[in-house]
Every structure is written in structure tokens, then in C-alpha cells.
Design a protein around this ligand. Structure first.
Ligand code: ADP
Length: 666
């Protein structure tokens, strides 16, 4: 086995590769950019090398710097993970030249499959069906238009060098063709530096079903069954499962044979994936081959009990595949969900920033988490916003769904918005549970999947209780610090002798104003919520980091919740759900750590595009003070209360990191 490997990647996949290496007694070297100092993958390695600044071009995509790190650390092989340099034939060649093993296929196979057109030509020759279309060299506009008409509309224009769903255009009729072609070419050129395209018939509601293949240097080729990756947004996968629902032994055998034939046709070695589009009538077409480990490989590991990274290392060492085709078994069902820092309600807008609170449920043989970050780590604007993958196994599909849903409910995340609720909604959605998904599933059911139920009275009571307990803690602290600790003026809320004290709490939840009346009853409270009165009392137990554990009696029942309060937001985790409340009153900053007192901080890294106020100016609550542009959206920074601007820390055009104090108020 190798003595030491360098992992030329970051995030969850780097950490996952290192786990297998450690189990096999192979030492690991991480590489990292300046944005990833101390990142999880760096902490997971035996040693680590800085390879450059945050932009991938200058770090994770720099062949020269990665090879220098490999030589410097004495690594005998490089695992590229997925993305970055994983499908770069020049990199594979450069490794060989430097005397370092590239854990992946031969450069020629990467090249052949790197162009969708060339790949399709090879498959046509090998007798593997491709989507009816045109993938010729002649890129003349008139020729392409003629081919589109021959194929029959609707057609799909795809960049030959494409990936990640970029640059693809659906064209419904001849009159739209020229404009769509121009758009596809522009995007292909800017994304891949190559404006060649191919044209395919646009299939109506196919499923994306792919076969995992493996080949060794001794001519042995096997497949490890299929994965269904039809659940996609923007042509990118979100949920993957194995085996594919509705694929029986006969179809599986046909797809497996086609995948093995395709793999043989290019003299492949290592792990690869043959992607097919599957039509309802059982016809399937080769789409492309990914010459690397896939993001969704864990579902295959779960149903076969094999470690695909271990197999990659064995093949790269020149050893034979450990199992023949008839010894590879499929047991039960596995589903993976990708947890992204993104906001499904805003068309899956990617997010970034520090993950202030992150708690994972327990894992085991039927529930796996491949995480790229831990609490306190940042999701960087420079890379893919994947936080983690969670994978569940069940005896059957229903069991896997149930286990995954339970696992997802146990995850608590506060920081950038995530798709956790969206994933939960999907796992409970009747079309998904029936298994009748195709590539248009998310688009068709988007509204149902993003609409969130309002917080119930118990969650509202928990949020209110938390707020009052925090206030009481503050009042106690202030009282202890003052000269007269018994003074009634330190009581946190409207204190009057002889009458039942009352108070009102104002929040925003799910975009709605929420007013909660508070009456003090014995040792607890009576909250009047929009859904009726709830009695509650309880206390705060020790939490971890930014989180507090709340143990309470709510509506006569013992309830537990974890609450994370930061700035003006309160996130309540209860019964496997997440409820977010925004304080309409003064922010929690005075009470809670994080933000500098009196300062307004950047909620995410971005650029200052407008400054509306000057030092010394009086401002009113809710007034916009500054506008920040981040992730292609504008965010107004508003005054949390009436006051005077003490200092403005940035000017228009400045770039600001997350958490930077933008202005201070008095
Ligand atoms: P990329 O390499 O950019 O990811 P792919 O060729 O793998 O592009 O296609 C990505 C997705 O686009 C597929 O999973 C499928 O959802 C959709 N797609 C691709 N080709 C077609 C087609 N001919 N008809 C309909 N949808 C398609």
C-alpha cells in the first residue's frame, strides 16, 4: 500500500478520503488555501501544506503548487477527489512525470471522456445508445440549425466541454434557435474556454440513472449497480439513491452491460460513473462518463458494504479488483441528501459565512455523515457551498427514507441559510415517497416544497421563555454589579407593586409580525400567542457554544428545546424542527456575545455599495444606513433603534469581511 498520499481537494471529500487512508495505515497530506487555514480537512490530515490564496485558480487548481507540496512532503500518490483537478488530464500527466501516482484513470481516458462530443462518438462505435442528436466537428451555425430541425424540437444545446449544468439551453422551435445558440456559446466560452456545442433531443421527464463502474489494470471491469440522481435543481443533484426505484433485474443487467462495455471501450482504469438518461419505457441513453469518484458514491458503499476509496487505492497500486462481478452484492436501499448553504426560498441562492452552531445526530451503520465543516467553521464564497452529505440505509426504500428523515431532524444548524427544511419537506412529499421522480420533479413541486408551516404556540412560547430568561440573567448580572442589588429597578420587565405585571414581546417569524403578550403567573408565565394562551415555566441548562438548552413545562407538558440567540435572531430547535424568530425590539447584542456593543456588523462578506449616513448624524430606528452587496444581492443595514452615528468604518466600494463592524451607533 502507499505510505503517504496527498489529497488535492478540500471539504467533505478530502476529509472522507483521509478517513479511509487512516484506516489503511496510509499517512495523509492536506493542501489548503489561505481561506481554509484550520479547516476541517486540514485538521483531518497528518500534515498540511499552504498552497496559495483563496481563489481556486491560484490554489486548488494550481498543478505546479500541488506537485510542489507533494514532492516537499514526500507523498507517493495524489488523490484528486472530485471537482478541481480530478478530471484534468494534464494534471494526471504531470503527476506521472513527477514520479507520483495519480489515483485516477489514465490521462487518455480522461481526455476521451472530457469532451461530450468525443465521448458520444466513442459510445456510438461501442454500440452504447446515445441520446439522438448531433455531436459533429462542424460548428457552423447553419449546419447546427439544420441538425436541430432534423432531430426535431424541443432540442437541448449543450457545451461539448460542459459540466455542472452550465450553458445548456432548451430550444422549443426553429425561430428561437439562433439566440439560444449564441447564449450557449457565450456561457460555454466563459465557463470552459471552449464554445463548441452539441445538440440533443430534449427528453421529456427522463430519469437520471447512473452506473458505478470499476476497472483494474488487468482487464477486469465490473459495475457496482446503479444510482438514481433525478432529484435535481438547476440540473444539479440534491438527493441520490441506490438502487434506483423501479429498476428491475432485467433493466439493471442491460444497463450494467452497457456501462461495462462503455468502460472497456476507452481502456479505463479506476472508479468511474456512466450517466444515462432513462425513459419511462425502459430505453436509456449514454449521457456522459465522469472519470472520478462521484459526490454520491456513499449510497453505493452503503448497499454493497464496500469502500470505494479503498478500491481506488488498490487499483492505483496496480492490484486486481478485490471482487468479481458475481461476488458484488446489493443489500437494502440507501439515500443521500446534500446539505447546502443555500436558500431554497430565494431560488437556491448560495450562502456563506460562519456556521455559529452545528450539532449532528449520532451516526451508525445505517446513518452516515460526511461533513465538510464543524461548528465555528466558515462556508467560503470561494468554493462549493456543500456543508455535508447525510446518508441513510434501510432494508427497503421506505426504511431508508424514514431513517434519513429522522437523521435530518436531528441536525441543528445556525449560520448561513441551509436547505435542511427543504430536504425534510421532500422526504415527506408523496411524489418523492412514491418513487415517481424524474428530472423535473423539483421544478414542478417547488411551491409545495418551500412553503413552511408557521411556528406553533409551543415554539412561540419557547422563544418567549428564552428571551425572558436571558433578560432575567442580564438583570441579575447588572444588579450584582450595582450598589443596591435589591433595587426593584433592576427587575427585567415592567415591575409594579400590587398589580399583575404585564409585558409584550414582538417578533417576526416566517415573514409575519408576531406579538406575544406576557403575564407573570406564580413562578412562570402565561403567554398569549396568536393561536391562543400557553402557560410555560422553566430554566436554562448548560449549552454548548452559542446554544442554550431550555428545559420547560409548556402547556402542562415537559419539553426540551435548544435555542441559539445571536444578534437579533433566535433559532429554536424543538421536535426535530427549526423555528426562526427575529426580534423586533432592540437586538440581543447587549446580552449576547458575538457583535461588538453598539456596532453594526456585516452579516456576510461583501462590498459596500452605498453609505447613507455620516458620523454625527441622528438616525431613526429602521432607517437604512448602508447597503451591502453580497452573493449578487443587496442587503440594507438598518438602524436597530434611534441614535446618533458615532463612526462610519467603510466607504463605498470597500470589501468587507463577515462580522466586520460597519458603523457604530450611540
Ligand atoms: P453537465 O455535465 O453539465 O452536468 P449533463 O450532460 O450531465 O450536464 O446533464 C445534466 C442534467 O441535464 C441531466 O442530469 C439531466 O437532468 C439534464 N439533461 C441532460 N441531457 C438532457 C436531454 N437530452 N434531455 C433532457 N434533459 C437532459
Amino acid at each position: 500500500m502507499f505510505k503517504k498520499i496527498l489529497v488535492a481537494n478540500r471539504g467533505e471529500i478530502a476529509a472522507r478520503i483521509m478517513r479511509t487512508a487512516r484506516r489503511l495505515g496510509v499517512r495523509t497530506v492536506a493542501v489548503f488555501s489561505e481561506a481554509d487555514r484550520g479547516a476541517l480537512h486540514v485538521r483531518s490530515a497528518d500534515e498540511a501544506r499552504l498552497i496559495g490564496p483563496a481563489p481556486a485558480r491560484e490554489s486548488y487548481l494550481s498543478i505546479e503548487r500541488i506537485l510542489a507540496a507533494a514532492k516537499d512532503s514526500g507523498a507517493d500518490a495524489i488523490h484528486p477527489g472530485y471537482g478541481f483537478l480530478a478530471e484534468n488530464a494534464d494534471f494526471a500527466e504531470a503527476c506521472a512525470k513527477a514520479g507520483i501516482v495519480f489515483i485516477g484513470p489514465p490521462p487518455a481516458a480522461i481526455r476521451a471522456m472530457g469532451s461530450k462530443s468525443e465521448a458520444k462518438a466513442i459510445m456510438d462505435k461501442a454500440g452504447v445508445a446515445t441520446v439522438p442528436g448531433y455531436h459533429g466537428e462542424d460548428q457552423d451555425e447553419e449546419r447546427l440549425a439544420r441538425e436541430a430541425a432534423r432531430i426535431g424540437f424541443p432540442v437541448l444545446i449543450k457545451p461539448s466541454a460542459g459540466g455542472g449544468g452550465k450553458g445548456m439551453r432548451r430550444v422549443d422551435g426553429a425561430s428561437e434557435f439562433a439566440a439560444a445558440l449564441a447564449g450557449a456559446r457565450r456561457e460555454a466560452l466563459s465557463s470552459f474556454g471552449d464554445d463548441r456545442v452539441l445538440i440533443e433531443r430534449y427528453l421529456d421527464r427522463p430519469r437520471h440513472v447512473e452506473m458505478q463502474v470499476f476497472a483494474d489494470a488487468h482487464g477486469r471491469v465490473v459495475h457496482l449497480f446503479e444510482r438514481d440522481c433525478s432529484v435535481q435543481r438547476r440540473h444539479q443533484k440534491v438527493i441520490e439513491e441506490a438502487p434506483a426505484p423501479g429498476v428491475g433485474p432485467e433493466l439493471r443487467a442491460r444497463m450494467g452491460a452497457a456501462a461495462v462495455a462503455a468502460t472497456r471501450a476507452i481502456g479505463y482504469q479506476g472508479a468511474g460513473t456512466i450517466e444515462f438518461l432513462l425513459e419511462p419505457d425502459g430505453r436509456f441513453y449514454f449521457m456522459e462518463m465522469n472519470t472520478r469518484l462521484q459526490v454520491e458514491h456513499p449510497v453505493t458503499e452503503m448497499i454493497t458494504g464496500l469502500d470505494l476509496v479503498e478500491w481506488q487505492l488498490l487499483v492505483a497500486r496496480g492490484e486486481a479488483l478485490p471482487l468479481a462481478q458475481d461476488r458484488i452484492e446489493c443489500s437494502g436501499h440507501a439515500i443521500e441528501a446534500r446539505i447546502y448553504a443555500e436558500d431554497p426560498a430565494r431560488d437556491f441562492l448560495p450562502g456563506s459565512g460562519t456556521v455559529a452552531h452545528l450539532r449532528w445526530p449520532e451516526t451508525g451503520p445505517d446513518f452516515r455523515i460526511d461533513a465538510g465543516v464543524e461548528a465555528g467553521d466558515a462556508v467560503s464564497i470561494h468554493y462549493d457551498p456543500l456543508i455535508a452529505k447525510v446518508i441513510a440505509w434501510g432494508r427497503d426504500r421506505a426504511g431508508a427514507i424514514e431513517r434519513l428523515a429522522r437523521g435530518l431532524r436531528g441536525i441543528q444548524a445556525v449560520g448561513p441559510a441551509t436547505n435542511l427544511d427543504f430536504l425534510g419537506a421532500m422526504l415527506a412529499h408523496p411524489v418523492f415517497t412514491s418513487g415517481a421522480v424524474d428530472i423535473g420533479y423539483i421544478d414542478r413541486h417547488y411551491r409545495e416544497l418551500v412553503s413552511q408551516g408557521p411556528a406553533g404556540p409551543e415554539a412561540v412560547a419557547m422563544a418567549s421563555l428564552y428571551l425572558l430568561l436571558r433578560r432575567a440573567e442580564d438583570a441579575d448580572r447588572n444588579a450584582a454589579a450595582s450598589t443596591d442589588p435589591t433595587s426593584p429597578w433592576h427587575r427585567p420587565v415592567g415591575f409594579h407593586l400590587n398589580i399583575e405585571p404585564e409585558d409584550t414581546l414582538r417578533f417576526q417569524a416566517a415573514g409575519q409580525d408576531l406579538v406575544v403578550g406576557v403575564r407573570y403567573r406564580g413562578g412562570g408565565y402565561l403567554f398569549s400567542t396568536p393561536d391562543g394562551p400557553v402557560e410555560a415555566h422553566g430554566g436554562m441548562a448548560e449549552g454548548d457554544g452559542a446554544a442554550s438548552n431550555l428545559i420547560a413545562q409548556v402547556g402542562g407538558r415537559d419539553r426540551h428545546a435548544t435555542v441559539v440567540g445571536r444578534d437579533r435572531s433566535l433559532v429554536v430547535f424543538m421536535d426535530g424542527r427549526r423555528y426562526e424568530f427575529v426580534l423586533a425590539g432592540p437586538r440581543l447584542a447587549a446580552t449576547l456575545d458575538e457583535s461588538p456593543a453598539g456596532g453594526l456588523v456585516a452579516p456576510m462578506p461583501g462590498k459596500v455599495v452605498q453609505v447613507h449616513v455620516r458620523a454625527g448624524e441622528a438616525v431613526k430606528r429602521g432607517q437604512a444606513l448602508m447597503v451591502l452587496e453580497a452573493m449578487k444581492m443587496e442587503h440594507a443595514i438598518v438602524a436597530p433603534g434611534d441614535g446618533v452615528v458615532r463612526a462610519v468604518r467603510f466607504k463605498e466600494g470597500d470589501m468587507v469581511p463577515e462580522g466586520a463592524e460597519l458603523l457604530s451607533l450611540e
